[in-house]
Every structure is written in structure tokens, then in C-alpha cells.
Write a protein that binds this ligand. Structure first.
Ligand SMILES: [Zn+2]
Length: 504
């Protein structure tokens, strides 16, 4: 009877370690974590990868400024990214660092394969180079002569280097992109298509000779592999390409989750590299927007970065996760302010969702000494029928949202559901009537909340589960079980406890 479990491989971009993590890094990890956890709840065999991009030449500069050896510097910063994952309850299965041997040797292997397949040739290149992007720039990429991403002037450099025949792959890559839902959302796909139309795919300089930090070109160690080519390889090196069990099991990736600034690399260059090596292509490039802070761009150079660890001195992990998932529109840019966080958490998470949970448990304790009452005839009461119907439908409504990666909208469905639950209590007034039907349905609605909040707020979900005195964890029952009335009359719940604390 058991069908082969469907696999789901999700990756985040790997982060540069030239600075400590900021809120933008956290946002991407939280979103990937929500998607990963949801897929586990629906029964998929999930593999979730994140990591750090450590072979960039700009690490040399940054290390010098910090007065450290490069290795010492990147170790320190990479550790900070790993701590970020732990601190915010990110459920990644692996954390790849591109300075690890397991990565470097695959990076060289891929480069050698591209060469053997006739896709790498030597030539010389001169042009403007942004060290922040690790990318050559043309005049039209610049705004007032500066990189729009970094606000710095690119430097003119000239070097002999190896080129990758990206132009050769224009047709198959274009076909891939035109395919439905390779790039999500549609407007990011249109941006890429427009760029292909205007500039086409030009051969890409894929080695650097003027730098000492990086991975050697395997057949010419005077050259380092272009850091972007090296970085992209992490998605297969972490799985043990070409022979690893994990590679065989999880590749191709189902989702590469990235920010909009690196879409070209993922939607054009990465597929071309894979095509050159005869490696199957990923299924979706999922592109989220950027976070601004109080309207300002989140980059250290502009002094508007928020340190996610600082947030934890004031707010609970799940409060931050809730805000990020709920208030930042997943496919658009969104703004972060502490004021907005406090309002969202106090108004909605505490005042709506938490309030309903606490009222329900308190009523069951006050009126029935903690024992779920036997319902009488809720099937003939319209209010009851409606709420039971809401419980039944919520998982499938949210499933539709999740299948489209609308994680912000899926969470709004939860908030709306809690509003209906609170209204139901107001109408039924069980504190006056002791209405057992109402309490029987409400305690089951609390169970629904514990399950549907599981991807977003893993530790709060577990707390709710404990307060309900249920066995195991939500994942033991699965996503669709959120739609049922699984708590039976006579079940004893634990004493009510505050799940979501009001921020003062
Ligand atoms: Zn730049």
C-alpha cells in the first residue's frame, strides 16, 4: 500500500561571509524553513540545504580590514551564520561551506567536465568589475557610474581568463525559462526573458588570475574558478555529486529559493553549466523580494542593517518568524520596522490567535475541570456547522496557497480562521451557557491551529500541542489531519498556559 515517498529538495542561496548575517539572510532562511517544514508535514521526504559562499575574493579585503587571516575571518563569520540557523529554529539538514574539501573537489570536477565537453576556452577580458557582485559590469548596468546593488564604482580590470560558452546554450535555456513555472513568480520570468531579448547570452569569463583566494582551475592553477560558478555548484556538491546516495536520491532540486538580485545566475548560468555537464535541471527557481528597514535598503554599507541576534534580545523567535512570514509579501519587497512587528504580534498573534487558544483552554478548565465535554447535537446548529466546515477546509485552502508558494497568504488564512473562531465564542458565550458543543468544536479548532502553525512557529506549535495534552507531534498526524475533529469527548487537556507573550 505504501507508495514511494515523494522527495523534495530545497536550497537557499549561500551567503557571503564577508560580513555578519543581517535580516535579509534571516528572511530567506525562515521562508525556506517554512516551505521545508510544510512539505514534511504533507509527507514528503525533504532535504533542506543552506550554507555559506566562502571563496569570494572580497573575503581577502574584508579579512584585511578586520585584521585577521582570511581563513580565521571566514571561520568566524561562517559560524555566525550557523548560529543564526540554530537560533531561529531553521530545520536545515545540511550546511555547506564552499571552503570544505567536499565542495572544492566537486567544483573542480564540474569545471573539468565543462572543459572536456569543449565548453571552456581561453581568451582575454577587460572591463568594469564590481567586487561586491563578483561580476563584470557594462555601462548600462550602472546607475550614475555605480553598481546599483552596492553603491560603489566598479574597477577597470584586464585579465587573461577562461570563458564558458554560455552563448551555445541560449536556445535550450530559453526553452527552459519559457516553460511554465520554471521561474516563479511570472514577473521575474518576464524580467529574465526581456534581458535575454536585449543582450542575449554572451560567453562568460569563468576564471580569475589576479586573486589568491579561491578554488584553483584544475588544469591551470594560476587561475581561480569564478566564484559564481564555484558557488552554484554547492547545490550538487552538498549532495555528494556524482556518486553520493543523497545526490541520487534528491537531485534535481525542487526549489532554489533566491533573492531577485541573483536570478540571472540561477535561471541562466546555472542551467547552462548543468546542461554542459549533462546533469538534470532544477524544477523551480523561486524568487522572493527584498526587505527594507524603515524604507531603507538593507546593506551594511548604507548603515541600515538589523542584526537578527539583537532582535532576539527583545523578541521571541516565533514572534520574529511570524512577522517576517506575515508582513513581508513573499514575492514583493517588504518593509521591516520594530513598530510594525510589535503591532502585528500583539494585535494578531497574541490578541487574536493566542487569545482564542487561551480562552478555549480556560473555559474547558473552568467549566469542565479540563475534560473535553460530550457534544449534544452540533450537527444541527448553523454556527457550529459553519465552524466545523472552516476547520475542515483550512488545510486544503492553505495547501493551494503553499503549492503556489504564497506563504504570506497562507498565514493570513490562519489569522482569518482565528478571527472566525473568536467570533464563534462571542456568539456562543459558553462562559454563560456551558455549551458543550461549542467547547468541543473550539478545542478541535485549537488543534487545527497547532498543526497549521507548525511550519511557521515550530516551537509555539509544540507548546500548543502539549497544552492540548496530545501524543507525539503534529507531523505524526500530518497536514490533512488538521481538518478533522480528532480530539474526542473525555480527553483531558493540560492547564492553560500563555503561548504567545504580549510585547511590552
Ligand atoms: Zn555590485
Amino acid at each position: 500500500m505504501s507508495l514511494k515517498q515523494e522527495k523534495f529538495y530545497i536550497t537557499t542561496a549561500i551567503d557571503y561571509v564577508n560580513a555578519y548575517p543581517h535580516l535579509g539572510h534571516l528572511y530567506e532562511k525562515v521562508c525556506a524553513d517554512i516551505i521545508a517544514r510544510w512539505n514534511r508535514l504533507v509527507g514528503r521526504d525533504v532535504y533542506f540545504l543552506t550554507g555559506t559562499d566562502e571563496n569570494a575574493a572580497k573575503n581577502e579585503r574584508a579579512a584585511k580590514e578586520a585584521g585577521l587571516e582570511v581563513k580565521e575571518f571566514i571561520d568566524r563569520n561562517a559560524k555566525r551564520f550557523q548560529e543564526l540557523c540554530k537560533a531561529f529554529n531553521i530545520s536545515n539538514d545540511d550546511f555547506i561551506r564552499t571552503t570544505e574539501d567536499r565542495h572544492r573537489k566537486v567544483s573542480q570536477l564540474i569545471f573539468a567536465k565543462m572543459f572536456e565537453n569543449g565548453d571552456i576556452y581561453k581568451s582575454s577580458y577587460s572591463g568594469l568589475y564590481c567586487y561586491g557582485c563578483e561580476e563584470y559590469k557594462t555601462e548600462k548596468d550602472l546607475v550614475d557610474g555605480k553598481c546599483p546593488e552596492h553603491g560603489t564604482e566598479p574597477e577597470h580590470i584586464e585579465e587573461e581568463c577562461y570563458f564558458f560558452k554560455l552563448s551555445k546554450y541560449e536556445k535550450p535555456v530559453l526553452e527552459l525559462i519559457e516553460r511554465n513555472r520554471f521561474i516563479i513568480p511570472e514577473k521575474r520570468k518576464q524580467e529574465i526573458l526581456a534581458r535575454i531579448k536585449t543582450e542575449g547570452l554572451k560567453d562568460l569569463a569563468v576564471s580569475r588570475s589576479r586573486i589568491s583566494w579561491g578554488v584553483n582551475v584544475p588544469f591551470d592553477p594560476k587561475h581561480k574558478i569564478y566564484v559564481w560558478v564555484d558557488a552554484l555548484v554547492n547545490y550538487v556538491s552538498a549532495l555528494g555529486y556524482p556518486d553520493g546516495e543523497k545526490y541520487k536520491k534528491y537531485w534535481p532540486a525542487d526549489v532554489h529559493l533566491i533573492g531577485k538580485g541573483i536570478n540571472w545566475f540561477h535561471s541562466i548560468i546555472w542551467p547552462a553549466i548543468l546542461l554542459s555537464c549533462g546533469i538534470p535541471l532544477p524544477k523551480h527557481i523561486l524568487v522572493h523580494g527584498y526587505i527594507t528597514i524603515g524604507g531603507e535598503k538593507l546593506s551594511k554599507s548604507r548603515g541600515a542593517a538589523v542584526d537578527p541576534f539583537k532582535l532576539l534580545e527583545k523578541y521571541e523567535v516565533d514572534a520574529v518568524r511570524y512577522f517576517l512570514a506575515r508582513d513581508i509579501p513573499f514575492f514583493e519587497d517588504g518593509d521591516f520596522t520594530e513598530k510594525a512587528l510589535v503591532e502585528r504580534v500583539n494585535g494578531e498573534l497574541v490578541g487574536n490567535i493566542g487569545n482564542f487558544i487561551h480562552r478555549t483552554l480556560t473555559l474547558i478548565w473552568n467549566l469542565y475541570a479540563g475534560e473535553v465535554p460530550e457534544p449534544r447535537n452540533y450537527e444541527s446548529d448553523e454556527e457550529c456547522i459553519n465552524l466545523v466546515e472552516s476547520i475542515r477546509k483550512l488545510p486544503s485552502i492553505m495547501r493551494d496557497r503553499f503549492e503556489n508558494y504564497e506563504i504570506d497568504k497562507a498565514l493570513k488564512e490562519v489569522a482569518d480562521f482565528a478571527i472566525r473562531c473568536n467570533r464563534f465564542l462571542q456568539v456562543k458565550e459558553p462562559w454563560k451557557t456551558k455549551d458543550p458543543d461549542a467547547l468541543f468544536i473550539c478545542v478541535n479548532a485549537v488543534r487545527t491551529l497547532a498543526i497549521v502553525l507548525r511550519p511557521y512557529l515550530p516551537s509555539s506549535s509544540e507548546k500548543i500541542w502539549r497544552i492540548l495534552n496530545l501524543e507525539g507531534l503534529p507531523e505524526d498526524y500530518g497536514w490533512d489531519s488538521a481538518g478533522g475533529l480528532a480530539i474526542k469527548p473525555g480527553h483531558r487537556v493540560s492547564r492553560p498556559a500563555i503561548v504567545f507573550k504580549k510585547i511590552k
